[in-house]
Design a protein around this ligand. Structure first.
Ligand code: MG
Length: 156
């Protein structure tokens, strides 16, 4: 499933608040050479297992085929066209039924608009940015657990 020369890393599944996570495609998941960024499959699987919902959006259209080609489609709940400007205002018109909780994008404006992880548009052989994305999401999903123990959050 994963590239054979992809470095192996320990993947953490942390249960907390369920988040709507939106991934960009070009230069975020699929790099300029057509290769999938390191750890994409493991991180998608971990996010699903932790109860998060994964959406994939792109400024150039619906990318279901690209996700199928890289064996990621099974983890993706839906696909949308991504607003390239006036990000919040355009969600409705583009048929995006919720405001993303966390976005991963190589374009800073999208991350500035919704919050998330600004990922570099180039990836070296030992790239581990998707592991860092998972760490950030785990952190966000469990924020407040200690302060608000009465919250309806599943506890392991
Ligand atoms: Mg991009």
């Amino acid at each position: 499933m994963t590239d054979q020369d992809e470095p192996q890393r320990e993947i953490k599944v942390v249960r907390g608040k369920a988040l709507n996570v939106f991934f960009d495609v070009d230069n975020t998941l699929i790099m300029w050479n057509g290769h999938l960024r390191n750890h994409a499959h493991d991180v998608f699987a971990a996010l699903k297992e932790a109860g998060h919902t994964i959406y994939v959006w792109s400024g150039v259209g619906i990318r279901r085929w690209d996700m199928k080609r890289h064996n990621l489609d099974e983890f993706v709940t839906d696909y949308f066209v991504k607003p390239l400007e006036k990000h919040h205002e355009k969600l409705d018109a583009l048929g995006v039924p919720m405001v993303p909780d966390f976005v991963i994008d190589d374009h800073k404006t999208v991350v500035d608009a919704f919050g998330g992880y600004h990922i570099p548009d180039m990836a070296h052989a030992d790239d581990d940015h998707l592991i860092r994305v998972l760490d950030k999401i785990n952190e966000m999903a469990t924020l407040g657990d200690v302060e608000e123990p009465g919250e309806d959050v599943p506890v392991a």
